[in-house]
Design a protein around this ligand. Structure first.
Ligand code: SAM
Length: 239
């Protein structure tokens, strides 16, 4: 796909979800897509290699949370993988401080390599498990926003996310169509961890891809014993 075609599709699709793309940043989106698809031969980063679908499912989908973060300053993307949603958000909101974490360093090395050419400041990329970093005072309850896409079920991810969020900050969980049951099962976890569901918004991309954005507000401090170690958030979610 030529850069001109790319620009047209990206801007039109962003407009369709009411997001403005800063034209000066388009080359970064384009370069990021090209390089991730190239790296994908060596490091398993994404199942999506068709360029149009890459724009839709990685860039536009990541940008669906723009309204939720526009008035926030500090964001942590937990289980970022190949940089989603964190990198599209950093490109479109360069003034925000964004931390990306993942348990798999080889994916992070690819993000480091690509973004080193973009001269980004206030971007931190850390190889760690959420459960480990959340017990570090430099990171615990320090973020306006914690965000995840496609990391695990809701009761597990809230244990990864809420410990990072400041009081009155938010956790944004990006979920597919079958989120209602997960939400029901995670009520106890959300309450125990100091959260309260504030809003649920559904966006359709190109009238067919359903993205549900669950916003959980942090209303009180997360008790010190969370997140639990030894894989417990995943194996034995709070019930
Ligand atoms: N968020 C990206 C996306 O939507 O394209 C990646 C999704 S990928 C399916 C899930 C990622 O979460 C993997 O890269 C995995 O290493 C990471 N992950 C899972 N559990 C984690 C944990 N406890 N701490 C940090 N990263 C974790």
């Amino acid at each position: 796909m030529s850069k001109e075609e790319f620009e047209k599709i990206l801007i039109e699709l962003a407009n369709s979800i009411d997001v403005k793309i800063n034209e000066e940043t388009i080359y970064m989106f384009y370069q990021y897509m090209k390089e991730i698809i190239e790296w994908n031969d060596k490091v398993n980063l994404t199942a999506i290699t068709d360029e149009k679908m890459f724009i839709v499912k990685h860039f536009i989908d990541s940008l669906t949370v723009s309204k939720e973060i526009e008035d926030k300053n500090t964001i942590i993307d937990i289980g970022t993988g190949a940089g989603f949603p964190g990198i599209p958000l950093k490109i479109n909101f360069p003034e925000k401080k964004i931390t990306l974490i993942d348990a798999v360093n080889k994916k992070l090395n690819v993000i480091r390599d690509i973004t080193s050419k973009f001269n980004m400041d206030k971007l931190e990329i850390i190889h760690t498990r959420a459960e480990d970093l959340a017990n570090n005072d430099k990171y615990r309850e320090k973020y306006d926003v914690a965000i995840t896409r496609a990391v695990s079920n809701l009761s597990t991810i809230v244990e990864y996310m809420l410990p990072f969020v400041k009081k009155d900050g938010i956790a944004i969980c990006m979920k597919g169509p079958s989120f209602k049951e997960e939400l029901e099962e995670s009520k106890k976890a959300i309450e125990v961890l100091g959260g309260k569901v504030e809003n649920i918004k559904t966006i359709f991309i190109e009238n067919e891809i359903e993205r549900n954005i669950i916003v959980i507000k942090k209303i009180k401090a997360t008790p010190k014993q969370f997140p639990r170690g030894k894989g417990k958030p995943q194996k034995e979610p709070i019930k």
